[in-house]
Design a protein around this ligand. Structure first.
Ligand code: ADP
Ligand code: TRP
Length: 313
């Protein structure tokens, strides 16, 4: 039986932390082998926020290294860069012509920015149609995303339905797949771990950086068991394994933090080592191969789409 197509996108937007690992990277590694998988680095999406070209370039290379280091085999997944396939932006334009301004105004990425009193660029406004193009070009069946991206997958479905209704059956309507097996990982201050809050524990930091971040976890001095430390520890170790540690060390925050830092280090060390063995040249080769594989399908689909909308003569 033919495997279903899975496609996900990762925005190359900064240093990966253990919240990203447990919330996005680890669930992807667990699932991708069951599908015909595509992992796309969404560098055009990142341009809605990143302005430094060097940062964009470095982040693309780093995002690919992260996924390979945690166990994604480039032979078993097509790993490619969004900007390498111009059909993505081309289809995005055509989809933008199918949907209305009030529809796009309800999309989270845009709405959240405006709610914060910030000015959104037009790219951010149109972002869901670029994401829809990413998904629809490849007849994607399932799209693993975090809960925050669920609505954007619904937008892709809606765009496909609108196009199909206007021009006849062309696109497969995708399903979102929430792969999250963990709750939100708390940061060192107890709020959601996020690079925008500066409360992260870096996934590929060295032992000292991990130790420093763990020692900085805020603890409530009234409680017996430091909640934030425990919540992170539970992601790494079985409840039964750590129950006795926390019981034997009630109130001794330093001891449990030292244990957590050591456990994170044990988890991360082999991945960090693998990551260090991947060169920029390796990544560039992987992205070229991936683009080559993706391109054929994107071109074939766009040929059909161009004919349907009437821009061929
Ligand atoms: P950040 O909040 O640091 O900017 P992103 O929004 O770039 O992170 O998230 C990338 C992926 O990691 C998303 O799929 C998101 O759901 C997941 N993720 C980010 N932070 C967490 C967290 N604290 N707990 C669980 N998953 C997270
Ligand atoms: N917008 C997604 C995010 O910020 C990234 C993304 C771009 C994506 N294109 C995609 C995710 C296609 C899934 C499918 O996380």
């Amino acid at each position: 039986m033919q495997k279903k197509r899975l496609l996900t996108g990762v925005q190359p937007s900064g240093t990966t932390h253990i919240g990203n690992y447990f919330g996005a990277l680890k669930p992807f590694v667990a699932a991708y082998g069951d599908y015909e998988s595509m992992l796309m680095v969404a560098d055009y999406h990142a341009l809605t926020t990143l302005k430094d070209p060097r940062e964009v370039r470095d982040n693309v290379l780093n995002a690919v290294k992260d996924y390979i280091a945690i166990g994604v085999d480039p032979k078993r997944a097509t790993i490619f860069q969004q900007s390498a396939i111009p059909e993505h932006t081309e289809l995005a334009w055509i989809l933008e012509c199918q949907v209305t301004v009030p529809f796009l105004m309800q999309a989270h990425a845009y709405k959240d920015k405006v709610a914060k009193g910030l000015e959104a660029n037009a790219g951010l406004f149109c972002y869901p149609m670029l994401m829809a193009a990413d998904i629809l070009l490849y007849d994607t069946d399932v799209v693993p995303v975090g809960a925050d991206q669920r609505q954007h997958v619904e937008y892709a479905r809606e765009a496909a339905a609108k196009f199909n209704a206007a021009y006849g059956d062309t696109f497969k309507e995708p399903e979102e797949k929430i792969l999250r097996s963990v709750a939100i990982v708390p940061g060192t201050d107890g709020k959601k771990m996020s690079k925008s809050y500066g409360n992260t524990i870096p996934l590929f930091g060295n032992a000292d950086e991990i130790h420093k971040a763990v020692m900085g976890i805020l603890t409530d001095s009234k409680g017996e068991s430091p909640e934030n430390v425990y919540a992170i520890h539970r992601l790494i170790k079985d409840e039964t394994e750590i129950a006795s540690l926390y019981k034997a060390n009630k109130g001794k925050y330093k001891v449990v933090k030292e244990a957590l830092a050591a456990d994170i280090e044990a988890l991360v060390a082999p991945m960090r080592e693998r990551r260090e063995s991947i060169s920029d040249a390796d990544v560039i080769r992987i992205l070229k191969d991936g683009a080559q594989k993706a391109r054929g399908q994107a071109e074939a689909k766009m040929k059909i789409v161009r004919e349907k909308v009437g821009v061929t003569i």
